[in-house]
Design a protein around this ligand. Structure first.
Ligand code: ATR
Length: 279
């Protein structure tokens, strides 16, 4: 039998990561021998842990919080989308052992937004947050050509810097993206709200826009066993379609798996159904 492909994920904390189960299900469905392990590391040990993993035959690895930005500085080469994000969630070694860093988060979000029947194109959109997660998704959201994009961050300078970077890269014109420190300043009905802050981790509420469109949808990049605070807030505000980030997690994993293992994109609907039936 073929030896198992050695894959893994580096993070801290890492014990609750769902990635081993997701990749295990992809491998099972495709009948490929895969061993996908969690690796707990620290900022001081991160580069050494990654180097050791690949020296011992690692075929590919994911990187999660808080190492995505550190991983972008570690690799020899970055894909365009990882460079835009300034963050790497997928490490791929080349034949000479050098690492390529990619970021599949934005692709994962867009695929799941489509799975859920949400729409970005020609819609008025709010994105909360201007940290690493927001950086990963904004270039791909902008590619979908929203009508308006409001970028909200309580530290407004960070959002303004991010907007300047996106403009400098030619991804957006000044009038297409409006920056505010609070969504309460928005004076237009909003059709899609995306939470890319870590507010749900600490269970804190965000100030919502005063007017939501009748068919407004909400997406929290975080996931948990029960609806996040952001999802609860939106439901109370009358939003009928709200989701957490489990679908995005599964989709970004499928993109990584395909990059490492080749072949067709793994079947994500099957994995989503397995998770939903066991939750
Ligand atoms: P990540 O990689 O998860 O994006 P990050 O780069 O540390 O993590 O960014 C966290 C984001 O969540 C930031 O936009 C942060 O806002 P500030 O830039 O003002 O710090 C945002 N954030 C975290 N907790 C928040 C809260 N309770 N309310 C609003 N925004 C919050």
């Amino acid at each position: 039998m073929k030896p198992a492909a050695k894959l893994g994920v580096f993070g801290n904390p890492i014990e609750h990561s769902l990635s081993p189960r997701i990749h295990g299900l992809f491998a099972e469905a495709r009948q490929e021998p895969v061993e996908y392990r969690r690796h707990l590391t620290t900022p001081g040990r991160f580069s050494r842990s990654v180097a050791e993993f690949f020296r011992h035959g690692g075929l590919g690895a994911n990187v999660t919080l808080p190492f995505k930005q550190q991983a972008a500085r570690l690799v020899t080469q970055l894909t365009d989308r990882a460079r835009l994000a300034g963050a790497v969630n997928t490490l791929i070694p080349n034949e000479s052992g050098q690492l390529l860093g990619d970021n599949t988060d934005g692709e994962g979000l867009i695929k799941d937004i489509h799975n859920k029947g949400f729409c970005v194109s020609e819609r008025s959109l709010v994105v909360f947050g201007a940290g690493g997660s927001a950086r990963g998704i904004l270039p791909l959201l902008l590619e979908q050509k929203p009508k308006n994009l409001y970028l909200i961050n309580r530290t407004v300078e960070k959002a303004l810097t991010l907007k300047s970077e996106l403009m400098a890269l030619g991804l957006v014109a000044a009038e297409q993206i409006q920056v505010h420190s609070s969504a309460s300043d928005i004076n237009q009905p909003i059709e899609l709200l995306i939470n890319a802050t870590s507010s749900s981790l600490s269970g804190q509420e965000l100030l919502l826009p005063p007017v939501l469109a009748e068919n407004a949808c909400g997406y929290d990049l975080m996931y948990a066993d029960k609806p996040t605070v952001f999802m609860q807030q939106l439901s109370q505000a009358g939003c009928k379609k709200v989701t957490d980030g489990l679908g995005m997690l599964i989709e970004q994993a499928a993109s990584s798996y395909q990059l490492w293992m080749g072949g067709e994109r793994p079947d994500t609907a099957f994995v989503m159904a397995q998770f939903r039936s066991s939750s």
